[in-house]
Design a protein around this ligand. Structure first.
Ligand code: NAP
Ligand code: ZN
Ligand code: ZN
Length: 350
């Protein structure tokens, strides 16, 4: 058993605090990773605060993990000691169902095993995430990370990156596509970078008028302040694809009206309350609304390789773990450009 320092939430109402746990000893196909950086996803806040229900405590959050391989099991083939690797939102799945076989492990029929706030497939071990010094993961769920990019800015690719790359690819976004990104947060700013890289005409649709300059710097061509009804009206029936990356409750129909004929609204944001959607907004222009969850292991590797090739990383503010509770509050106020990343070396500081 491997002694591991971490930060955990003991309940939905207590701040994160130092915590100790044991990782399993290596099995044949396990990779033992010393964690260097872990991004803070809004899903961490939702789960720590039990906003989706069913949260399990103590909970060590964190599913945007980058680190170094420090040991490998006897049968590991894909990784060597010393290599830089990543772990994202899942650490296991059944590996046999029709979706797992199609490299869509995130949609495993039995349910994927989350990196934290989940029970592992042995039926008893609580999975604990990346706000910790080390992790042991089966090699199938570990990714190769190029050393050519700044590793702290790579960490958010493991969730914010793949969660936006996958639906934009699925929607076949290219130079003919008008893409609207709703919500310029951690996911939203990655969506802008990918949509721009795929050649699309990109618009940020935001509740924060002060983000316009940033949106343009990220490569967006246009900006809509969504609380201004005149601006929203101007873009009625304009977009082919909308990517909704909003973390808070909001009115989906208001955005659906922006879709052109056969336009798709792809939902990745997961607010606490289910939305009311007007069927009239859907039947007009034969619109559809769909959802997307992270990406499979093969596609996540493809995304990381694409980022290495095109020099795409997240815009990050690196913090010591002692500032994690403050970071959560700042995220809720929109005071972050655009992803916090924890420097895990700080776990050794008081
Ligand atoms: P984040 O960094 O906090 O960004 C959320 C953004 O939502 C904010 O920057 C803000 O953008 C917008 N927003 C906030 N309140 C709003 C409101 N009342 N109305 C409209 N827009 C509002 O969060 P994140 O880490 O990107 O995560 C976004 C969501 O995706 C979360 O719910 C998270 O759980 C979910 N998620 C889903 C998956 C998946 O697999 N589907 C994976 C990861 C995360 P503006 O200031 O520009 O309006
Ligand atoms: Zn996430
Ligand atoms: Zn499966």
């Amino acid at each position: 058993m491997l002694f591991t320092k971490a930060y955990a939430a003991q309940s939905s109402t207590t701040p994160l605090a130092p915590f100790e746990l044991y990782r399993r000893s290596l099995k044949d196909n396990d990779v033992h990773i010393e964690i260097l950086y872990c991004g803070i996803c809004h899903s961490d806040i939702h789960q720590v605060r039990n906003e989706w229900g069913g949260s399990m405590y103590p909970m060590v959050p964190g599913h945007e993990i980058v680190g170094k391989v420090i040991a490998i099991g006897n049968k590991v083939e894909k990784f060597k000691i010393g290599e830089t690797v990543g772990v994202g939102v899942m650490i296991d799945s059944c590996r046999q169902c029709k979706n797992c076989i199609k490299d869509l492990e995130q949609y495993c029929i039995e349910g994927m095993t989350g990196t934290y706030n989940a029970i592992e497939r042995d039926g008893k071990t609580m999975a604990q995430g990346g706000y910790s010094s080390q992790i042991v993961v089966n090699e199938h769920y570990v990714l190769h990370v190029a050393d050519t990019l700044p590793l702290n800015a790579v960490a958010p690719l493991l969730c914010a990156g793949i969660t936006t790359y996958s639906p934009l690819r699925y929607a076949n976004v290219n130079h003919t596509t008008k893409v609207g990104v709703i919500g310029l947060g951690g996911l939203g700013h990655m969506a802008v970078k990918f949509a721009v890289a795929f050649g699309a005409q990109v618009t940020v649709i935001s509740t924060s008028p002060n983000k316009e300059a940033d949106a343009k710097k990220l490569g967006a061509h246009q900006f809509i302040y969504s609380k201004d009804e005149e601006q929203m009206k101007k873009y009625k029936s304009y977009f082919n694809v909308l990517l909704d990356a909003v973390s808070a409750n909001h009115n989906y129909s208001k955005y659906l009206d922006l879709l052109d004929i056969d336009g798709k609204m792809m939902v990745v944001g997961l607010p606490q309350t289910s939305p009311n959607i007007s069927p009239f907004s859907l039947i007009s222009n034969r619109r559809s609304i769909t959802g997307s969850m992270i990406g499979g292991m093969k596609e996540t590797q493809e995304m990381l390789d694409f980022c290495a090739q095109h020099h795409i990383v997240a815009d990050v503010e690196v913090i010591p773990i002692q500032k994690v509770n403050e970071a959560y509050e700042r995220m809720l106020k929109g005071d972050i450009k655009y992803r916090f990343v924890i420097d895990i070396a700080s776990l050794n500081e008081k």
